[in-house]
Design a protein around this ligand. Structure first.
Ligand SMILES: [Zn+2]
Length: 213
């Protein structure tokens, strides 16, 4: 199953718009007799052309990925069993920790500009403990691992409780005032070491963003 198919089936939108163009789908590369021309699907200011592969049209399944502005503007979660729903970013952490019944997929929007879920065509998830999701600022799908995420969230809560600003946490804690707050914590050396490794980890970037004090 692809992400387009999961969205169509979960939203009962199987009567997808179909076209008459013969050719290859720009997203899944499959040949189709009922392709939809790109100019009928994406607007003139569409910015995600680099996400596409060689082809000349969208197939009736992949066109779903571009058929609704809500996929770009809102954070959402989709599951074959539990359906499709959008959520405010204040609830993003709760959704990451408690995703719906597999198969499912989850996307977190920020500014609502980039279609980063297009990079996750085949990243449908069958495990609630180790799964891929997309986060608008990062162009590639991110692996959520429950154990690693748990340690990151616990660390994040300790740092927020110590009143260390998120921008400092993201930077690995370098400002003297933030270093002082860090050094007042039990086991701060271990926390500091973890931060230097996590700085380059996309999952950490998400956890820093979605964890609230
Ligand atoms: Zn396709």
């Amino acid at each position: 199953m692809t992400l387009g198919e999961l969205l169509q089936r979960a939203r009962s939108r199987r009567v997808a718009p179909t076209g008459t163009l013969q050719g290859r789908c720009l997203i899944c590369q499959r040949l189709t007799d009922c392709g939809i021309p790109p100019r009928k699907t994406v607007s003139a200011n569409f910015t995600a052309w680099s996400q596409f592969l060689g082809g000349n049209c969208f197939c009736p399944i992949c066109v779903e990925l571009l058929s609704d502005d809500i996929y770009r503007k809102k954070s959402w979660v989709v599951s074959l069993k539990d359906g499709f729903k959008t959520f405010p970013n204040d609830e993003a952490l709760a959704h990451l920790l408690d995703p719906p019944t597999p198969p499912f997929f989850l996307h977190i929007a920020k500014r609502g500009h980039k279609q980063t879920w297009l990079a996750a065509l085949y990243k449908i998830n069958y495990s609630r403990d180790s799964y891929f999701f997309t986060y608008e600022p990062i162009d590639t799908p991110i692996l959520f691992d429950r154990t690693r995420a748990g340690l990151m969230i616990d660390t994040m809560k300790i740092l927020l409780e110590a009143k260390i600003p998120k921008r400092e946490i993201r930077a690995g804690i370098t400002e003297p005032s933030a270093v002082k707050k860090l050094m007042s914590l039990n086991g701060w050396e271990d926390i500091y070491k973890r931060l230097q490794i996590w700085r380059y980890d996309p999952l950490w970037e998400v956890i820093v963003d979605v964890t609230r004090a």
